[in-house]
Design a protein around this ligand. Structure first.
Ligand code: UGA
Length: 484
């Protein structure tokens, strides 16, 4: 939850802020700023999203978000709006949090960013700081700047988009283009802890070109009391892509080692701990399993590869990272086939559909490929996830006897020939596995996240397999120094 000290410095009395795009980055950012005391317009073109927010309904699941939404609709600090023009015209700082999806060639699709830059240009009624928060390839801030300059100039007499802009400010006909700055302030929020990350970031990166931009952003983030790294625009942009690419590299590295562990009879969790305790390596993001998913890592990796190739910089490392990751679901499914021999006609329970715990997000979730393949191979699936089932129903509609959505893990296990663990929700760790075993037709568990203890599962009577620790042996007796 938000830090108490975060409320000490208030944005009250200052110009409002607008956050453009109410998605997984924009909404937590807007609510975080509202909690810091700023008046924040949460702007989005999508009517349904804004209507739901106005009625106090969080548009996706994120811990602690609903509480902040309720609180700041009531306080008036958070104001959802579809009137993007008016929100821009009425604000000094503009956070750009629109989507940067992936194009067919792997590059980032920046059309939403471009559209936003044009809208800003048409509503430039005084100094504005445009802060790019969406993950974008290096040099995008430069392009935003040029786009705003171009459209502000050519459309200065056009009276705004749809003829509605400038109504909160003065039309600039015959006047010079107001001054503006563009800054890059990449986000490092993890889904499932986005609110916590907003208030307790490891670091804040700001790429700026002017003292005004630097002062405004430092002022905004100072209450958080965290280190601020100040850079130029392209460096800030590249920091974000590099961070995601590096974290993905750690995951694919340990997944490759996981396969090697299986080949030579070693244990990947001990390897991860054995290397991770070296502070130069670090313990985090060395969890082997079914691979990384979500809206960020797969897409950002491809965008960085594309950027490298565009500039003639070989990015073979990143291609390797992607290749390892693409194979993870196959490695997992091979274990399922090995356990079941024939897939057709089998009933398979799948626990976990979200790409990771504490979110209802299923974008690029490994579970999607798993379920698709099971159905293709003629199995019936019984699916359960604490939060992601309604999103999953859009992809795999309920079809009784073939695709069943269940109210609990126990219900999913009923009559199953195998149970697959695909997302490491904490509630799965705490299940009564004797009850699960008794509900199943055949007690086979394939654990794609190494959530459970192999010895305990074998003892409970399961045929259990996991990732990279299949032949775990008893730890050798340690020989203390000096006793040899
Ligand atoms: C990631 C970054 O961690 C954030 O810092 C960044 O802001 C965000 O992308 C973004 O660019 O917006 P997120 O996608 O929410 O955050 O999720 P992560 O917690 O990083 O996990 C990504 C994937 O890697 C998940 O599928 C997860 O299961 C997997 N993972 C993670 C592993 O397989 N092993 C690990 O050790 C860690």
């Amino acid at each position: 939850m938000p830090a108490a000290r975060a409320r000490k410095v208030s944005g009250r009395g200052r110009d409002p802020i607008v956050v453009l795009g109410m998605g997984h980055v924009g909404l937590p950012t807007a609510l975080g700023l509202a909690e810091l005391g700023w008046t924040v317009f949460g702007a989005d073109d999508a009517a349904d999203k804004i209507e739901r927010l106005k009625t106090g309904e969080a548009t996706f699941y994120e811990p602690a978000m609903q509480e902040l939404l309720t609180k700041h609709l009531a306080s008036g600090n958070f104001r959802p709006t579809r009137d993007v023009d008016a929100a821009i015209a009425g604000s000094k700082i503009i956070f750009v949090c629109v989507g940067t999806p992936q194009r067919d060639d792997g590059a980032a699709d920046l059309s939403q960013i471009e559209a936003v830059a044009r809208t800003i240009a048409l509503n430039l009624n005084g100094y504005k700081l445009v802060v790019e928060k969406s993950t974008v390839p290096a040099s995008t801030a430069e392009r935003i700047k040029r786009t705003i300059e171009r459209y502000a100039r050519t459309d200065s007499a056009a009276n705004g988009r749809n003829g509605r802009a400038h109504r909160n400010g003065k039309a600039r006909e015959g006047q010079p283009t107001p001054r503006f700055d563009v800054a890059s302030n990449p986000e490092f929020l993890q889904e499932g802890k986005a609110i916590e990350d907003f208030f307790h970031p490891d670091r804040i990166v700001i790429g700026v070109e002017s003292d005004d931009a630097r002062a405004l952003l430092e002022d905004l983030y100072r209450p958080l009391g965290r280190p601020i790294v100040v850079t130029d625009l392209a460096t800030a942009e590249l920091i974000k892509h590099s961070a995601n690419a590096f974290l993905s590299t750690k995951i694919s590295f340990i997944n490759m080692i996981s396969d090697l562990c299986e080949a030579v009879g070693a244990d990947v969790e001990s390897v991860a701990r054995g290397i991770g305790l070296d502070p130069r390596i670090g313990l985090q993001f060395l969890k082997a399993g079914i691979g990384f998913g979500g809206y960020c890592f797969p897409k950002d990796l491809r965008a960085l590869i594309h950027l490298g190739e565009e500039h003639g910089v070989p990015c073979g490392i990143l291609r390797g990272v992607e290749d390892v990751n693409l194979r993870r679901v196959d490695v997992f499914l091979e274990k399922v086939r090995h356990a079941l021999w024939v897939m057709r006609g089998k009933t398979i329970a799948v626990l976990g559909l979200a790409f990771k715990p504490l979110t209802d997000d299923i974008r690029e979730a490994p579970a999607l490929r798993v379920v698709e393949e099971l159905i293709k191979e003629g199995a019936s699936v019984r699916l359960y996830d604490p939060e992601a089932m309604s999103n999953s129903q859009q992809v795999f509609p309920e079809a009784p006897g073939r695709v069943d959505y269940c109210r609990s893990a126990y219900e999913a296990a009923r009559g199953a020939h195998a149970l697959l663990l695909v997302t490491e929700w904490d509630e799965f760790r705490k299940l009564n596995w004797n009850k699960i075993r008794d509900a199943m037709e055949v007690p086979v568990v394939v654990d794609g996240r190494n959530l459970l203890d192999p010895a305990a599962m074998h003892e409970a009577g399961f045929e259990y397999s996991s990732m990279g620790r299949g032949t775990r042996r008893a730890a050798p007796v340690a020989v203390r120094a000096g006793r040899r």
